[in-house]
Each structure stands twice: as structure tokens, then as C-alpha cells.
Design a protein around this ligand. Structure first.
Ligand code: SF4
Ligand code: SF4
Length: 469
């Protein structure tokens, strides 16, 4: 039985409720009065239920689809303005005991195995700092012998301890396998930002086929991971499905139900939602799964997520190329990775034996990505202020839902961009960035804040670092 407050996976992600939702969405998707009433509700920017959002996703009327895109853009402007947060993944180890069929790190893969030593992690961190990164997402396969929690914790300590020139990694998000409440508490105490875990697919039968072996085979344990993370005091969690594995409408409804569950059970929805699509990798052919998600459909999925959960950050990685990223930035994405290496040790040198988890589609340097964002009038942001100021979980959500967080995000974006321009940018990026900062300063509504930001920008120019609101 469907119960968003339940602690049991099969009750808060009810298969029956998803099937009923899909049937309902199919039955009303051509009824424009119903679609219009959902769009009307969505204009309040307070979100939609999984059933309402599923109707929008199913609707194929081109005029309404255009309205969905326009509304997603408006909601994104309201909650996020024009700033885009940058991050990079850091792969620690590709040892893994799971059998995920879509991932080249699965236990039977003949891919080269590598695990970074602490010295190698230090070197990778310096390479990332030298590009200008301040925010990382740590990635590791599941292997209690090679990658125990102690290894992850030690690696986090190492990353946070490296201060190279003006560089610093100020926030490390962690994407490791589902674990125990005790281990989540250890990650919390180690000062992680968001705990990220992709569900991959919400369809239990499909999930069990795609994960034939290893601890990840246990659907309930994996699906209830965010509940355990919350119990371990991690109150910023990041959801995601791997689009292209199973029926996208099913996945979308499941994803929305997962968000509703977190809100109902803990009073805090997901901090972020990632939208990865299956990509080619060593021994992995995306066409062998459910089939491709076209770029147009992918854009519609992103727009529907933006409308359904306006307060949740949306992440797109370099799995996607420049064109798709550009489109999705407009429709709701608020965070992107830049200059990513998806191999273990790839920032210091592309390893002789390729250990990549997937092929990167956007291969530009971070400076090229920053310049591209500036040219499109986005403000690239290296802000990490919230969790460092204790604005996490419900405290963060309250500020986000009331849109007050924008009063911090925009000034912080300008100050962290200034740091980037001073320390890492090429000449063209620097010139374009300075002009953008000058223009954006005028849009800060409160004079007091504007003056403070001006003062801090001058301090950054004079060599000081790390100002934040
Ligand atoms: S997706 Fe994660 S758990 Fe599965 S094989 Fe790859 S690294 Fe291991
Ligand atoms: S102020 Fe908070 S929400 Fe805004 S960009 Fe910085 S860390 Fe993110």
C-alpha cells in the first residue's frame, strides 16, 4: 500500500501507485482542461504531486509542451537567478564487488583496477585546485576490503587538508554505495556536503535484473539509503536515476515519490536531483538497455522536474555535450561539472590503462566552460557557503522555498567568480568576467549588501580570499 511516510521502500515507492499514476496520466494527458489546471497550479512555484507532474510529462500537445518549457525557465529564474554552480568529480577507486550491468566497474569487468593512495589524492586535489575548483563530488566503487569507510574518511581528510597557493576544496559531496546509519554519521562528522546516491531505476524487477550480484542487488536496502543517511544526521541528500535503463515515465514518477517521501518523513526534500543518461563505456552499450532518451525528451524530463520540485538543485554532468547542457541550463539545471575526468587518477595524468567509468561528452577545459557561461550571461559560481554556515536540511529548505537564499547565492557567486578570475582565468575569460561582475553588481537590490560585496571584491583584488554571505 502506498504511504509516503512509510520507512519501507515498497510502500513509499509503491509499484501499484506508479502503475496507477501512469494510467491516470495517460487517461488525462489529452484533456487540456486538466493540463491547464496543473500548469496553473505549477505557476505558484510550490511544486506538484507525482501524479500532476506525470500528467505534464505525458502530455504531447506541442503548445502545452512549450508552456512547460517556458514555465520551467521562469521557475528557474525565480529560485536560482542566472548563477550556475561548478563542481568536479574525483574518482578514488574503481574496485567494486557489485554486478551492475550498465557500469564498467562491475565485478566481472576486465577493466584495469586502480585505487588512489593518499599521496595520489593529494596530487589530484592540487590538480583540481589549479584549475579553480572549490567543490568536489567524491566517487568510489563498493568494496569493503579495498574501499572501506575508513579509506573514504581518510581521503576526505586529505582533500580538505590540501591548500595549494590560493586553492582550497571547500565542499566535498560524497557518492558512495548505500551504507549503515553508523557510517553515514561518520561521513557527516567528516564534514561532507551532500550525500549522493543514484537509485539507477525505481522499478524493482528491472533493478534486480540490472544488479544481479553484490550488496546492491538488495532493492530495499538501496532505496532506503537516504532514510539511513538522514538518521545519521546527513540532511542534504541528492537523488538521481540513470535515464535510459527503464521506462522513463516510471522512473520519473518514482523519483517524484522519493522526493515526496523525504519531505513527508523528514520535512526536507532532496537537496539535489541529478539527471544522468546511460552513456557508452568499456563493455557498455546504451542501446542494449531500454533504448535511448532523445535530447528533446530529456529536455522535457528536466523541465518537468524543475516545475515539480522548484526548490531542488538540478545537476548535469559532462556525460552530456555542450548543446544539451546549454538547453538544460535554461530549463532548470543549477549545477554543472566542468573539465571532469571520470578515470581514477585522471587529473594528474590520463592513466595508461583506461579506468574511465563513462565517456565524457563535454571535454572542454574549466576556463572554456566558464567563458561559455559568461558569454551566455550566466554567473559561474564556486560558492560553498551554505553548509559551512550551517544552512543545511530544513534550515536551507526554508530559505530556499521563501527565495531568500538568492540574497546569498548571487553575491557569493560574484565573489567566488572574482577569486577564479584573479587566480585561474585566461585573459579573455578574465576580461569578460570583470565586465559581468560590474554589470551584476547593479542588480543586487539592497544597497548595504551591494556595498559589502564591492568592499569584498576590492579585498579579493588585494589578495584576500574566501568571503561569503
Ligand atoms: S555503478 Fe557503482 S556499484 Fe555499480 S558497478 Fe559501478 S561502481 Fe560498482
Ligand atoms: S549560497 Fe548556498 S545555495 Fe546559494 S550557491 Fe552558495 S551554497 Fe549554494
Amino acid at each position: 500500500m502506498y504511504d509516503p511516510k512509510s520507512v519501507k521502500a515498497e510502500e513509499f515507492i509503491s509499484h501499484e501507485e506508479i502503475l496507477n499514476t501512469l494510467e491516470y496520466a495517460n487517461s488525462v494527458k489529452d484533456d487540456m482542461a486538466v493540463v491547464d489546471s496543473i500548469l496553473e497550479k505549477a505557476r505558484d512555484a510550490k511544486g506538484l504531486s507525482h501524479r500532476e507532474a506525470s500528467v505534464l510529462l505525458a502530455c504531447e500537445n506541442q503548445d502545452k509542451v512549450n508552456q512547460i518549457f517556458d514555465l520551467a525557465f521562469q521557475i528557474k529564474q525565480q529560485f536560482y537567478g542566472n548563477r550556475i554552480v561548478l563542481f568536479a568529480p574525483l574518482y578514488l577507486s574503481n574496485y567494486c564487488i557489485n554486478g551492475c550491468l550498465y557500469c564498467p566497474y562491475h565485478r566481472n569487468s576486465d577493466i584495469a583496477r586502480k585505487k588512489l593512495t593518499q599521496d595520489e589524492i593529494r596530487a589530484e586535489t592540487i590538480a583540481l585546485q589549479n584549475m579553480g575548483h572549490k567543490r568536489l563530488a567524491v566517487e568510489s566503487g563498493e568494496d569493503p576490503v579495498n574501499n572501506p569507510i575508513e579509506y573514504i574518511l581518510e581521503s576526505l581528510d586529505t582533500i580538505y587538508s590540501v591548500k595549494h597557493k590560493n586553492g582550497a576544496i571547500r565542499r566535498v559531496n560524497v557518492n558512495i554505495a548505500a551504507t549503515t546509519v553508523e557510517n553515514y554519521r561518520k561521513l557527516h562528522d567528516a564534514g561532507i556536503g551532500t550525500y549522493i546516491l543514484f537509485q539507477e531505476t525505481y522499478d524493482k524487477a528491472g533493478y534486480e535484473q540490472l544488479h544481479p550480484t553484490g550488496p546492491k542487488h538488495n532493492y530495499a536496502y538501496h532505496t532506503e539509503a537516504m532514510d539511513r543517511a538522514m538518521q545519521g544526521d546527513i540532511d542534504d541528500v541528492g537523488l538521481g536515476v540513470l535515464f535510459g535503463l527503464e521506462n522513463y515515465r516510471y522512473e520519473f514518477a518514482g523519483l517524484m515519490m522519493h522526493a515526496e517521501h523525504l519531505e513527508a518523513a523528514f520535512g526536507v526534500g532532496p537537496h539535489t536531483i541529478s539527471v544522468p543518461r546511460v552513456k557508452p563505456a568499456h563493455g557498455v552499450d546504451p542501446l542494449s538497455f531500454d533504448g535511448g532518451i532523445s535530447d528533446e525528451l530529456f529536455a522535457k524530463l528536466a523541465a518537468c522536474i524543475r516545475i515539480a520540485v522548484p526548490y531542488t538543485g538540478m545537476i548535469i554532468s559532462t556525460r552530456e555535450g555542450k548543446g544539451v547542457r546549454e538547453k538544460l541550463l535554461r530549463l532548470g539545471v543549477s549545477q554543472i561539472s566542468g573539465a571532469s575526468r571520470t578515470s581514477v587518477g585522471g587529473y594528474v595524468e590520463a592513466s595508461e590503462e583506461d579506468t574511465r567509468q563513462f565517456e565524457v561528452s563535454d571535454t572542454r577545459t574549466l576556463d572554456e566552460v566558464i567563458k561559455w557561461l559568461i558569454d551566455m550571461n550566466y554567473v559561474p559560481s564556486f560558492c560553498t557557503a551554505c553548509y559551512r554556515a550551517g544552512r543545511t536540511g530544513d534550515r536551507f529548505m526554508e530559505l530556499c522555498k521563501s527565495k531568500q537564499i538568492l540574497n546569498c547565492c548571487h553575491p557569493n557567486a560574484l565573489m567566488t567568480l572574482k577569486e577564479y578570475l584573479m587566480d585561474y582565468a585566461g585573459a579573455e575569460t578574465s576580461e569578460a568576467g570583470e565586465k559581468l561582475i560590474e554589470k551584476e553588481l547593479d542588480t543586487i537590490p539592497k544597497e548595504k549588501i551591494r556595498n559589502l560585496v564591492r568592499k569584498n571584491l576590492a579585498n579579493i583584488q588585494n589578495g584576500q580570499r574566501d568571503f561569503r554571505l
